[in-house]
Design a protein around this ligand. Structure first.
Ligand code: NAD
Ligand code: IPM
Ligand code: MN
Length: 361
């Protein structure tokens, strides 16, 4: 059967890692008899260079007409690129925010688990790692600080920048429901993370999460302040099953969680809304410092492609096969440089993609 996939290579290492994910998808397609029909669109800096905007309406329409979207990453060297000193809606990252908003992808799932093979790449001590950890960060993706009014102006001669954080109860309720639904399929433990000791939006968050929790009596719910959560993640990561949190907190906590899996190059993500159409991307950025060197870890993107098969295309066994192939390659001791440790065989981006694809052949 044929599936329409929109590919967004983007900037920096984006094209390098998307190429490897496509290689793996093609191997899965061949093995299980599916055809993936790819259409590439520009987003981010490359779109600004071509069209003057980070994402065109035509590109959005292409994405909307497909079954799923697979993204590498967008953006340049922040603070030091030709795309920095421009209006907020003309920056590379604005393309990403626009596609998330236009496709109404309010739920971002970022799974962080430790492969036993990557214990040596995890910066935590053995006694903290214990039996490992397996958590999901459920991040609200279309509200909060990212989408509030922002501007910079001179107030009585003093330059003043304003960013606003707004959530309404409906936005909180729909992400909370997604969080509880995923908890029901896992170990039924949900930690809702906020800053309710300071922020009104967090107090509303807590109230709505408590209301929604009544419909899921089997799920054990606790509240945790975000600063404490940042600490608990490195003190006792095994305690977490589902972390439910707002947009900015989820952004920061997921980068922290990624590092304890061994590298940010391991953390995949799925952005979902009300329909089957989802956007799949690694949690990391365009890594301008290593772009063009063929050393980036493509696994986060490859695992995102597996999530795409599972959530948007209902191809569960194909998704399982990709995940098994990744685990197998790690078991065979192949590592990109970011997860390299003693006694392992170092490989490039391309080699890692080939190894994973070969296991699916
Ligand atoms: P980054 O995630 O790109 O890089 C942070 C560090 O992690 C760098 O040292 C980088 O080399 C390393 N790294 C990232 N991905 C890696 C991989 N797959 N393999 C090995 N090492 C990897 O974050 P940053 O440097 O803060 O941001 C760079 C640009 O990316 C910015 O323009 C930012 O806005 C953008 N960004 C985009 C996305 C996205 O498109 N989804 C996400 C995050 C950041
Ligand atoms: C991410 C990124 C984006 C975010 C940026 C590039 C807008 O950091 O996907 O984690 O903050 O959501
Ligand atoms: Mn981020």
């Amino acid at each position: 059967m044929g599936y329409k996939i929109t590919l967004i290579p983007g900037d920096g290492i984006g094209p390098e890692i998307v190429r490897e994910a496509r290689k793996v998808l093609d191997a899965v397609g061949k093995k299980y008899g599916h055809e993936f029909d790819y259409t590439e669109i520009l987003m981010g800096g490359c779109s600004i260079d071509a069209y003057g905007v980070p994402l065109t309406e035509e590109a959005v329409n292409t994405a909307k007409a497909s079954d799923a979207v697979l993204l590498g990453a967008v953006g340049g060297n922040v603070g030091n690129s030709k795309w920095y000193d421009v209006a907020p809606n003309l920056r590379p990252e604005a393309g990403l925010l626009k596609i998330r908003k236009d496709l109404e992808l309010f739920a971002n799932i970022r799974p962080a688990y430790l492969y036993s093979e990557l214990k040596d790449a995890c910066p935590l001590k053995d006694e903290i790692i214990g039996d490992g950890f397996d958590m999901v960060i459920m991040r609200e993706l279309t509200g909060g600080l990212y989408f509030g009014e922002r501007h910079t102006e001179s107030v009585n001669g003093v330059m003043t920048a304003v960013d606003t954080l707004t959530y309404n109860e409906e936005e909180i309720r729909r992400i909370a429901i997604k969080g509880f639904e995923i908890a029901m399929k896992r170990r039924k433990k949900l930690v809702s993370v906020d800053k309710a000791n300071v922020l009104d939006s967090s107090r509303l968050w807590r109230k709505v999460v408590a209301e929604v929790s009544k419909d899921y009596p089997e799920v054990e719910v606790t509240n945790m302040l975000v600063d404490n959560c940042a600490m608990q993640l490195v003190m006792n990561p095994g305690q977490f099953d589902v972390i439910l949190t707002e947009n900015m907190f989820g952004d920061i906590l997921s980068d922290e969680a990624s590092m304890i899996t061994g590298s940010i190059g391991m953390l995949s993500s799925a952005s979902l809304g009300k329909t089957k159409l989802g956007l799949y991307e690694p949690s990391h950025g365009s890594a301008p410092d290593i772009a063009g060197k063929n050393i980036a870890n493509p696994i986060a993107t490859i695992l995102s492609a597996a999530m795409m098969l599972r959530y948007s295309l209902d191809l569960d066994k194909e998704a399982d096969a990709i995940e098994a192939a990744v685990a197998q390659v790690l078991k065979e001791n192949y590592r990109t440089v970011d997860i390299m440790s003693e006694g392992m065989t170092q490989c490039t981006t391309t080699q890692m993609g080939d190894l994973i694809a070969n296991h699916l052949a």
